[in-house]
Unconditional design. Structure first.
Length: 337
């Protein structure tokens, strides 16, 4: 008898992880597949798709499970999953994360917000919504959100053995980072315990969320003559908030000596400057603040600052979605707790 709770027409139980580069969804997908294959003897496969950037771009990780008697001959991205895991709410802005979710499927979101708000932003019509505050757990345990998300995913995929993933966590960390084994097991256990569920009834005659594949606006019929790109490429609208791991730099203007050491080390040109005339009538550049839209939370600027003008503070989960809360300046987006 199969231990899988449900299967599609090809005999697969499928999971899709929606994430942002840097949050560890690729590793979480690998560990999930390993726990099913090595721990339970299922057949399984896992692969990820991501852009060329190391951090900040959307990432998808796909996991397929089937009984040991079934061969896996499908290697395409998963379009109609039974379970979706959303690692960061900033993704809603650019990716239709719930696309293709089966009508009896479960979508897990890393969020500190209430069910109905998350449902509204996901545009979820039916199915089960699961929420875990993976960022809060990761910050508290000094680990990463992917392990807390794994805990919640194991609670959802209750045919998987949690003990199997504890062994995978041990194997993954004990060689290079033995000091992280215990903290990661605690993070996994908290994700498993703290995930909460709400089921939204499926109206009669409702089918699953239709899968939509993002299409390029330029094709053979619409491209310009010679295939010339007429718009300049830039990253002005990009929001790097999804790369942050729960901490951001806080700027204190009073302590700043305008030395620009922070700007020199910042990889994403987050520092906003303005011209001012000093007491001697000389024009100087003064630091106005940090544009959190581009800040990936690497905290290099804090190490570089020779005064206490920059310090580390904990970020309030979910603000990147609203992204309108200003700190010191109207044009500087982002917010702090
Ligand atoms: S933490 Fe500092 S150095 Fe890193 S991206 Fe943000 S502003 Fe730039
Ligand atoms: S490194 Fe510190 S003191 Fe220097 S400009 Fe940046 S915030 Fe101001």
């Amino acid at each position: 008898m199969s231990i899988l709770p449900t299967k599609n027409e090809l005999g697969f139980y499928e999971i899709r992880l929606e994430s942002i580069g840097g949050l560890g969804a690729n590793l979480a997908g690998k560990m999930l597949a390993e726990a099913g294959v090595l721990g339970l003897g299922l057949n399984g496969s896992n692969f990820s798709s991501y852009g060329s950037e190391k951090k900040g771009s959307p990432v998808k990780s796909f996991i397929r499970f089937c009984d040991a008697t079934t061969d896996i001959r499908a290697h395409s991205p998963i379009e109609e999953p039974h379970v979706i895991g959303v690692f960061h709410e900033a993704l809603y802005k650019t990716v239709n994360v719930s696309s293709g979710l089966k009508s009896d499927g479960i979508i897990l979101v890393n969020s500190a917000r209430v069910f109905d708000e998350v449902k509204r932003d996901l545009n979820l019509q039916h199915g089960t919504l699961a929420i875990v505050d993976a960022l809060k757990i990761a910050v508290k345990e000094k680990t990463r959100v992917n392990t807390a998300m794994l805990g919640a995913l194991f609670r959802i995929c209750d045919f998987l053995d949690p003990e199997a993933i504890r062994n995978v966590i041990k194997r993954t960390f004990e060689k290079k980072y033995p000091q992280l084994v215990e903290a990661n097991i605690r993070t996994f256990d908290r994700g498993y315990e703290e995930v909460v569920f709400k089921k939204y009834e499926t109206p009669q005659d409702t089918h699953q969320n239709t899968f939509s594949r993002p299409l390029s606006s330029l094709g053979f019929a619409t491209q310009t003559i010679g295939g010339v790109l007429t718009t300049q490429g830039n990253s002005m609208e990009k929001d790097l908030g999804g790369s942050r791991q729960g901490y951001i730099p806080k700027f204190d203007k009073e302590s700043c000596i305008n030395c620009a050491s922070c700007d020199t080390v910042c990889p994403d040109l987050c520092f906003v400057w303005d011209k001012r005339v000093n007491k001697r009538g000389k024009q100087i550049m003064t630091l106005q603040g940090i544009d959190y839209q581009y800040c990936k939370g690497c905290l290099k600027c804090i190490e570089a600052c020779p005064t206490s003008a920059l310090s580390t503070i904990q970020e309030k989960q979910g603000f990147t979605h609203d992204n309108k809360v200003s700190q010191n300046f109207p044009y500087i987006s982002g917010g702090i707790s």
